[in-house]
Design a protein around this ligand. Structure first.
Ligand code: NOJ
Length: 584
């Protein structure tokens, strides 16, 4: 017989083994269960989202300062069709109408962001506070609360004050940390008595990679191999500082929560029996979500990032890694600075290992990862080029978060799908399918034990989709951007999402199928309304062109002559074809 203390030791060892096993995500187990009918936990929060630059418009009204997106979108060739967010959905003026739409959906929360230059025009608090901007957000928050909708407020959804970019180089400069902290502190002071959910940064991955590495987003810098890492470093530190500010100065009286919203595509190994593919897939996720999540939960960058960027930097003959380091004090300051984790998730990739030589030329965040991304051609891809519908990837990502970061409280802060601009189809069955399947995978993840507290459909309205301008529509509500009143029309998905919210889940196959059918029925009347409105505005445009003495010849040609000639050509070809068919 084993002595008692030996049994104890064995127990402890087994416990340690179990615990450490629980920490590991199992890459070899990918179960695609069938649809699960059931409900979400009581109190689960349903919402929809937006962001300031994408919806507010009023870019130069009531004392607002310029943001980097105002400046970037005004440069020719940066945005599809040279679109800008100047007026966008006119959300600044229409927030009461939009609240009615949220009520119609029976939303529990609304996620929006505060435009930093709207309330601090130069970005520096001691320069000037724009009270009119403060008043706008006060009214919005009050109105939401009067309608029993909880505000979830993002402090930074990409619209840095332009002055900070010009003076300091934006997120390349360490001074952003203090300026952002001052701005956040002002928000806590002015709005914190009513706002209880704060998100410091939205999708810092995009800010760093697309703003400072590829230059597709504002401020449009291409500092390959270094810019993104440096921007991210300052953003992570700024997040931690703001969390501490809230924790020491405001939490006691305001009792709110401060989190960060990270975006993460899922990366699935091409071959789950191949260790190299598994490691490559893990690297993909660590370089994406882990880059930001690991510091805020564990106090440092993922080991695999430090190893890969470090080794490549050595090969490139650099004295230090291109990935900056945190000091021991910074590590303990950062660790645990996340009351809840916001997850923005849209799509998945298959990942396989691929080595990139680490020569000096061609260094980039992308080649640092040593992997290749693949997609399955059978995956549906209704809108954005990058967005394939792969619902099971969502459950995998949520389970990964659970195992890696100690099962934190999660709010899904973005999930949804787009369609192309040319499509004025309100009967968005593919979006219904996307929401149905993704929300179902989230329900399965909750049953797996993932601590998801709320879900935010992205987005409430069609809006300015960054470098894609208005060419991609993510909204539950269609916005007619050609009409200066920017009217909103419900897509079929509004009805479907509303049913999920009312039932707090999915009752049974027959009922859910009924929801889909009914939703699609309602949209044909909205479609007619939209079509009638479009005809009316086309007629009004023609009249304007005819009556306006300054109408340019070009406008006349593109707006009237070309469509008329095209229609005539189609008609003539059809008649000709019929004639030929008859003769044969
Ligand atoms: C993430 C961004 O946070 C959001 O602003 C954008 O609309 C969606 N991705 C879709 O591209």
């Amino acid at each position: 017989m084993l002595p008692c203390c030996a049994v104890r030791v064995c127990h402890v060892l087994m416990l340690v083994l179990c615990l450490s096993a629980a920490e590991d995500f199992d890459w070899t187990k990918n179960n695609h269960d069938s649809f699960y009918y059931g409900t979400f936990p009581t109190g689960f929060s349903w919402g929809a989202g937006s962001s300031a630059y994408q919806t507010e418009g009023a870019w130069d009204k009531d004392g607002k300062g310029l943001s980097i997106w105002d400046v970037f979108s005004h440069k020719k060739g940066k945005i599809q069709q040279n679109d800008t967010g100047d007026s966008s959905c006119e959300g600044y003026y229409k927030f009461k109408d939009d609240t009615s739409l949220m009520k119609e959906l029976k939303l529990n929360h609304y996620r929006f962001s505060i435009s930093w230059p709207r309330i601090i025009p130069t970005g520096v608090k001691s320069d000037h506070i724009n009270e009119k901007g403060i008043q706008y957000y006060n009214e919005l928050i009050d109105h939401l609360l009067e309608n029993k909708i909880t505000p979830i407020v993002t402090l930074y959804h990409w619209d840095l004050p332009q002055v900070l970019q010009e003076k300091y180089g934006g997120w390349q400069n360490i001074s952003m940390i203090n300026h952002f902290n001052e701005f956040a502190n002002l928000c806590f002071e002015r709005f914190g008595n009513r706002v209880k959910y704060w998100i410091t940064f939205n999708n810092p991955w995009s800010v760093a990679v697309e703003g400072y590495e590829t230059g597709e987003h504002a401020p449009g810098l291409r500092l390959r191999g270094t810019g993104a890492y440096k921007a991210a470093h300052h953003i992570i530190k700024a997040h931690a500082k703001v969390w501490h500010t809230y924790d020491t100065l405001w939490r006691g009286k305001q009792q709110g929560l401060v989190g960060i919203s990270l975006s993460g595509d899922w990366g699935e190994p091409v071959d789950i029996t191949n260790q190299k593919d598994i490691e490559a897939a893990e690297r993909y996720v660590q370089f994406y979500l882990g880059w930001f999540a690991t510091p805020v939960f564990h106090g440092d960058y993922p080991q695999v990032m430090k190893d890969f960027v470090g080794r490549k930097s050595v090969h490139q003959g650099l004295g230090t890694s291109r990935l900056p380091m945190f000091s021991p004090q910074e590590k303990s300051y950062m660790k645990g600075t996340c009351d809840f984790l916001g997850i923005g998730h849209f799509t998945t990739r298959y990942i396989t290992h691929k080595s990139y030589p680490s020569g000096r030329s061609g260094t980039s965040y992308f080649t640092d990862r040593d992997l290749a991304e693949l997609v399955d051609p059978r995956w549906p891809d209704p809108g954005s080029e990058w967005l394939y519908s792969v619902p099971w990837g969502f459950r995998r990502l949520l389970n990964f978060v659970k195992t890696q970061y100690g099962n934190p409280m999660i709010y899904v802060t973005e999930n949804g799908v787009s369609e192309k601009m040319s499509c004025t189809e309100l009967c968005d069955e593919w979006r219904i399918q996307y929401y149905k399947d993704y929300i179902n995978e989230m329900l399965k993840a909750i049953r797996d034990g993932v601590n998801v507290k709320g879900y935010t459909a992205w987005s409430l309205l069609d809006k300015f989709e960054w470098d894609e301008g208005y060419s991609e529509r993510f909204g539950l509500y269609y916005v007619d951007f050609r009409n200066k009143n920017k009217p909103r029309y419900p897509k079929a998905s509004v009805q479907f999402y509303k049913r999920i919210i009312s039932f707090n889940g999915f009752p049974n196959q027959r009922e859910v199928e009924n929801w889909r059918r009914k939703a699609v029925e309602t949209c044909s009347s909205s479609n007619q309304l939209l079509a009638a409105e479009e005809q009316r505005s086309t007629a009004a445009n023609i009249l304007r062109l005819i009556h306006d003495p300054l109408t340019s010849h070009m406008e006349m040609v593109t707006e009237i002559v070309v469509p008329t000639v095209c229609t005539l050509c189609i008609l003539l070809s059809a008649i000709f074809l019929m004639f030929l068919l008859r003769r044969n």
